[in-house]
Design a protein around this ligand. Structure first.
Ligand code: 3AM
Length: 278
C-alpha cells in the first residue's frame, strides 16, 4: 500500500505544507519549490471572492508590476498561480515573525530601534511608490521580520485583490480595526495611495515608540472622529523630534504644506526630519 502521509498537495512546482496562518483575506501556507528546494509562503485566496468586482485584466497587469518589485524590505512575489477555484500567490518565505509581536511581548521600543524599522519601512514604501505600486493597507500584520531582524513589508500591491472586501465597507478591509487608516480613506474622498500609505507609516511609528495606538476607541464612530480630527497625544517619554515628525505625518488637513508636497518630496522631508531630529 502507498504511504498516504507521503502524498502531498502540489500546486505547480510547489509542494504545499503546513498552514502558517490566516490573514485578512487569505490563508498562508508553507510550501517548497520542488525543483530548487527553496522554501516559500503561499497565500491562498478564493477566486470567486477575489474576482467578483475586479476585472481579471487589471488584476493581471497589477500582478505583472508586483513581480518587478525587488527590494530588500519588501516580501518578494515570485509568481501567481490559479486553479479553477483558487488563486495562489507565491511569496518569499520570511522567518522572523511579525514586528508587532515584539511590541506585544516586550513593549515599546527605544528610539534607535524604532528609527531603524521606520527607515526600512519608508525606504520600502518609497521604492514601491516610485514604481506606481501602493499598499493602501499598511498595518502591523504586514510588517514581517527576516532571520536577521530586518523589516519585510508584505502585501504590497495586493490591495487590488482585497478590493472587493473594501467595496463592502471599510470595516471589513481592516478586520474591524481601522486604526491605521487615513482620514481621506475614511471620508471616502478620492485619495491617493501616497497619502494613505504615509499616514499608516505615521501610525506605525507612533505605535513603535509609544507601545499603544494613537487612535483607539471601542466605538467605531468615535474612532472615526478621532482619526478625522487627528486627536492623539504623545506620551511624555517621546522625544521632541519624534513628536514633531509624527505630528507632521498625522495631520488631518490635506491642504497643509506637507500634504501638498509631491509623494517623493514628502518622503525626502520625512527622511530629513528623521536624520536631523530623531
Ligand atoms: O498567523 P501569524 O501571525 O502567526 O506572519 C504571518 C501571519 O502569521 C504569516 O502568515 C500569517 C497570516 O498572515 N505570513 C504571511 N506572509 C508570510 C511570508 N511571506 C508569512 N510567514 C512567512 N512568510
Amino acid at each position: 500500500m502507498m504511504n498516504q502521509a507521503k502524498i502531498k498537495r502540489r500546486v505547480g512546482k510547489y509542494e504545499i505544507g503546513r498552514t502558517i496562518g490566516e490573514g485578512t483575506f487569505a490563508k498562508v501556507k508553507f510550501a517548497r519549490n520542488s525543483e530548487t528546494g527553496e522554501p516559500v509562503a503561499i497565500k491562498i485566496l478564493d477566486k470567486d471572492k477575489v474576482l467578483k468586482h475586479k476585472m481579471a485584466e487589471q488584476l493581471k497587469r497589477e500582478i505583472a508590476t508586483m513581480k518587478l518589485i525587488r527590494h530588500p524590505h519588501v516580501v518578494q512575489l515570485y509568481e501567481v498561480l490559479a486553479s479553477k477555484t483558487k488563486i495562489f500567490i507565491v511569496l518569499e518565505f520570511v522567518t522572523g515573525g511579525e514586528l508587532f509581536d515584539k511590541i506585544v511581548n516586550h513593549g515599546r521600543m527605544h528610539e534607535k530601534e524604532a528609527r531603524k524599522y521606520f527607515q526600512q519601512l519608508i525606504n520600502a514604501v518609497d521604492y514601491c511608490h516610485s514604481r506606481g505600486v501602493y499598499h493602501r493597507d499598511l498595518k502591523p500584520e504586514n510588517l514581517l521580520l527576516d532571520a536577521s531582524g530586518n523589516l519585510k513589508v508584505s502585501d504590497f500591491g495586493l490591495s487590488a485583490l482585497s478590493q472587493q472586501v473594501r467595496d463592502d465597507g471599510l470595516l471589513h478591509t481592516t478586520c474591524g480595526t481601522p486604526n491605521y487608516v487615513a482620514p481621506e480613506v475614511l471620508n471616502d474622498h478620492g485619495y491617493d495611495g501616497t497619502t494613505a500609505d504615509l499616514w499608516s507609516c505615521g501610525v506605525i511609528l507612533f505605535v513603535l515608540l509609544a507601545g499603544y495606538l494613537p487612535f483607539d476607541d471601542s466605538n467605531l464612530m468615535n474612532l472615526y472622529k478621532k482619526i478625522s480630527a487627528a486627536e492623539f497625544s504623545c506620551p511624555p517619554w517621546m522625544s521632541f523630534g519624534a513628536m514633531k515628525l509624527i505630528t507632521r505625518i498625522l495631520d488631518p488637513n490635506p491642504m497643509t504644506k506637507f500634504w501638498r508636497m509631491s509623494g517623493s518630496r514628502k518622503i525626502i522631508n520625512i527622511l530629513f526630519l528623521m536624520r536631523k531630529k530623531m
